[in-house]
Design a protein around this ligand. Structure first.
Ligand code: 26V
Length: 818
């Protein structure tokens, strides 16, 4: 219907308008003379989707014909957020869409708001996956993403009386125009059963006789590149009952219950695990991981076999990137396929595995590493457990040759952890089986080599690489801050920075220019106004946009120290209260915003959320304080809330105890948007300091090398009286709920010591805060720092990250669709 003579859909506003109206009538099934915002959103999305599909097809055909080496980005989590605006921007059809809609009486921005977030992930690791997909597409790399299509994404956070409650995120309720259901692309995934032997041509082979089969069905999500036709695929798997699933129940004659039982198969992909700190050895989680791994590998092997017969060529055509250890069962699965099904001998298969996999870790502390109880693995995947044991046996034999009877070392490095409960250490498996291992910031990669994976580094120094994370400027400037985007383009005289972000450096030379500064402030003010309106709508708190918007938004964790932030806000409040009236005029007004989700079982994190609310209640209703200080908790922080918050912030906080944040990526988004950072010398902040210079942000706190000795001394450390005072206020119920916060206060003052060193960093934190206040008064200086921040943010684009992975880890080159 839509195709014109040249075979492609047209992107002018008239064609788009016709497409929208046709979709209103034939897809949404409404009258083209009367439809509401949501229906218009649906119709527009389908019009955009059609255009995505064209390019996605072309990309596939072209890449298939060229058959270059491809990278498969394997991740259990993707935090994609909304797709409409991003797709329109990357397709380069924004102006046309705006025009087409305006003649129909609609606004693009309003329609975009109709879309719910795709929140198939927890935090940093998952948003990184999404940014990486955008860069892979934009840089024309032959790449695929693989993930799970959870029916329930990350829980929705609802605040009742200041407490977090979790509600289901049934995001598919109103349909999802961005996915393509591929009913014909499905694979059986097997569980349980036994391992037997079979003889083929006189040779013995192990054969897994599984007990249960579930079907994995593909849902494809086109990911368009910017300024290119290349549109890659994010393939997400959903579980469905297979024809064989639970046939026994049918044979017993209980038809209704048998049908109901079949739905159990679907639970595998039903819900995302929301705790991003602890692995609890739950069977469902393990099933999810293997379900993902098995389906993805069958798909990858099928694609390989379409054009190749010799598995020795596999690593020349396939790079398998493990996003943390979550997909690392694929190592055992590839061995199983090669040895048991393809009948390669073990060493050949092992050589192929070792050339195919690369592994990125996103954790800093040993305790954060994933372990799977041997019993659980043995019952769910008996053959895989054997394979892992065999890999380990050969590995430990090698170690013995090298390190003799250094049994401590052998037991630390072993893939199998002995003890009352035996576990498989997934990171050890991943390191042993991959050709490269990398951390996500310079300091993180260093910590891996010297601490977390020290033994492995000593064994294989050449395996250890480093890749600093990034974020995509397409979503985080062009999409979320169109005002700044236009201004940057104007001053650089080109839009080229959207694909080549190093060009942002060109802003440096104008940083002191009053004309740019004025325009820069204007844009930032508009963004602040938008954020202020949102704050008021959601919390009822009116905030003044002349105040400094001071923001900390991220998952709530003790190590991220939201508590330190709250304590300093209490201190600020206390100071203002105790000031003479006349002195209050000198106070720099602040609007403090804190947002983020706590894992449902994380008691302390939940108490921090409650504390923010009680402190906010007191401060915001204190007539002595007025506009000098406001505190607001932003509920249900997610990607689309971030798109609103980031451009409207003046100061953003990244204040983890040194050595605890592997990288941190939200700081990079704030930096790109010209928000100043208040930060500790941790994770990627160290590189940000290197790039923009110490003078252009506010750094404080203990340094990495000081942390261990400070911890040793923590018990004897005499905390500053200002710190003791604010903690006492909380403990003694100044804000109400006294008892309730007892354990929270104990976590920083009790016998366990102040593990995250809040007391220790408090004074230098207050100094950094004071420096921020002082600078804010000097708006010229502030604006200059703001411009220099954005100018120096180029290094923190995933375009750079992905380019480095492609060259140094995956060995792939661009394959640009003409
Ligand atoms: C663990 C678990 C355990 C149980 C199931 C669900 C789940 C999901 C995630 C995790 C590990 C989370 C690790 C993570 O998100 N790390 C963050 O990765 C960012 C990207 O590299 C980095 O910027 C952050 O510093 C790091 O904390």
């Amino acid at each position: 219907v839509f195709k014109l003579m040249d075979g492609y859909l047209k992107n002018d506003s008239v064609s788009l308008q016709k497409a929208i109206l046709d979709h209103v009538e034939f897809t949404v099934a409404r009258s083209r003379f009367s439809f509401d915002d949501f229906e218009a959103y649906q119709a527009l999305s389908h019009s955009v989707r059609d255009r995505l599909i064209e390019r996605w097809h072309d990309t596939h055909q072209y890449v298939k014909r060229k058959d270059p080496k491809r990278v498969y980005f394997l991740s259990l989590e993707f935090l994609m957020g909304r797709s409409l605006s991003n797709s329109i921007i990357n397709l380069g059809i924004k102006d046309q869409c705006v025009e087409a809609l305006s003649q129909l009486g609609f606004e693009l921005e309003v329609l975009a708001e109709q879309e719910g977030d795709a929140a198939l992930g927890n935090g940093g690791l998952a948003r990184l996956s999404a940014c990486i997909m955008d860069s892979l597409a934009t840089l024309d790399f032959p790449a695929w993403g693989y993930g799970l299509r959870y029916q329930y994404g990350l829980f929705r956070q609802v605040i009742l009386d200041g407490f977090q409650h979790e509600q289901p995120d049934y995001w598919l309720n109103f349909g999802n125009p961005w996915e393509i259901e591929r009913v014909h692309i499905s694979y059986p995934v097997k569980f349980y059963g036994t391992v037997e032997e079979e003889i083929v041509d006189g040779k013995k082979f192990k054969i897994w006789v599984p007990g249960e089969t579930v079907e994995a069905v593909a849902y494809d999500n086109p990911i368009p590149g910017y300024g290119t036709r290349n549109t890659i695929n994010l393939r997400l798997w959903a579980a469905k009952p297979s024809d064989q699933y639970d046939m026994e129940s049918f044979n017993t004659g209980d038809y209704i219950n048998a049908v109901i039982n079949r739905q159990k198969a679907e639970t595998i992909s039903s819900v995302l695990y929301p705790d991003d700190r602890s692995y609890q050895g739950k069977e469902l989680r393990l099933k999810q991981q293997y379900f993902f791994v098995s389906a993805s590998l069958q798909d990858i092997v099928r694609r390989f076999k379409d054009l190749h017969t010799n598995f020795q060529e596999f690593p020349d055509k396939v790079a398998l990137q493990l996003n943390d250890t979550h997909p690392s069962l694929m190592i055992a699965e590839l061995m199983r396929v090669l040895v048991d099904e393809e009948h390669l001998d073990w060493n050949e298969a092992w050589g192929i595995v070792g050339k195919a996999f690369s592994f990125t870790t996103h954790i800093v502390v040993l305790e954060g590493l994933e372990k799977i109880p041997v019993d659980l693995l043995g019952s769910l995947l008996p053959r895989h457990l054997q394979i892992i044991y065999d890999i380990n046996f050969l590995f430990v034999e090698d170690l013995k040759k090298r390190f003799g009877s250094d049994y401590d070392r052998l037991s630390r490095m072993s893939i199998v952890e002995e003890g009352p409960v035996k576990n498989v250490r997934m990171a050890n498996l991943s390191i042993v089986s991959s050709h490269t291992v990398n951390g996500v910031s310079q300091v993180h990669s260093q910590i891996l080599k010297t601490k977390v994976f020290k033994d492995f580094y000593e064994l294989w120094p050449e395996k250890f690489q480093h890749k600093t994370n990034g974020v995509t400027q397409r979503r985080w400037i062009v999409g979320s801050n169109p005002g700044l985007c236009g201004l940057i383009t104007k001053w650089l005289g080109t839009e080229a920075w959207i694909r080549n972000v190093d060009l942002l450096l060109g802003l440096r030379q104008h940083a002191a220019n009053p004309e740019l500064q004025e325009e820069w402030r204007m844009i930032r003010r508009v963004n602040k106004k938008r954020l202020a309106d949102y704050i008021e709508a959601m919390s009822g708190v009116k905030v003044c946009i002349d105040a400094m918007f001071d923001v900390q938004v991220k998952r709530i964790h003790e190590y991220k120290r939201q508590l330190l932030n709250v304590l300093s806000i209490i201190h600020r409040y206390d100071c203002i209260k105790n000031m003479k009236k006349g002195d209050r005029r000198k106070v720099v007004s602040r609007v403090c915003l804190i947002g983020g989700k706590a894992a449902p079982g994380y008691e302390i994190a939940k108490k921090i959320i409650k504390l923010v609310h009680v402190v906010a209640e007191k401060i915001n209703n204190d007539p002595d304080i007025g506009d000098l200080l406001k505190l607001v908790f932003i509920p249900d922080y997610n990607v689309s809330v971030a798109e609103l918050v980031v451009p409207g912030s003046d100061l953003s906080q990244h204040i983890s105890t040194a050595g605890h944040e592997a990288s941190g990526t939200s700081s990079m988004k704030f930096l790109m948007n010209g928000c100043l950072l208040l930060a500790t010398a941790d994770g990627s902040t160290l590189e940000i300091i290197e790039e923009i210079g110490e003078d252009n942000l506010f750094v404080f706190g203990a340094k990495l090398h000081e942390v261990p000795s400070l911890r040793d001394k923590a018990r004897d450390f005499e905390v500053p009286r200002q710190f003791a005072r604010v903690v006492r206020m909380v403990r003694e119920g100044y804000f109400g709920f006294g008892d309730y916060f007892e354990s929270l206060c104990d976590s920083i003052e009790g016998n366990g010591g102040d593990f995250y060193l809040l007391g220790n960093d408090f004074m230098s934190y207050l100094e950094a805060q004071a420096a921020a206040d002082k600078t804010f008064v000097d708006q010229e200086r502030w604006t200059q720092m703001s411009i220099l921040s954005a100018a120096g943010s180029g290094r923190f684009s995933t375009d750079r990250t992905v380019g480095e992975y492609a060259e140094k880890t995956w060995g792939i080159t661009p394959c640009k669709c003409p």
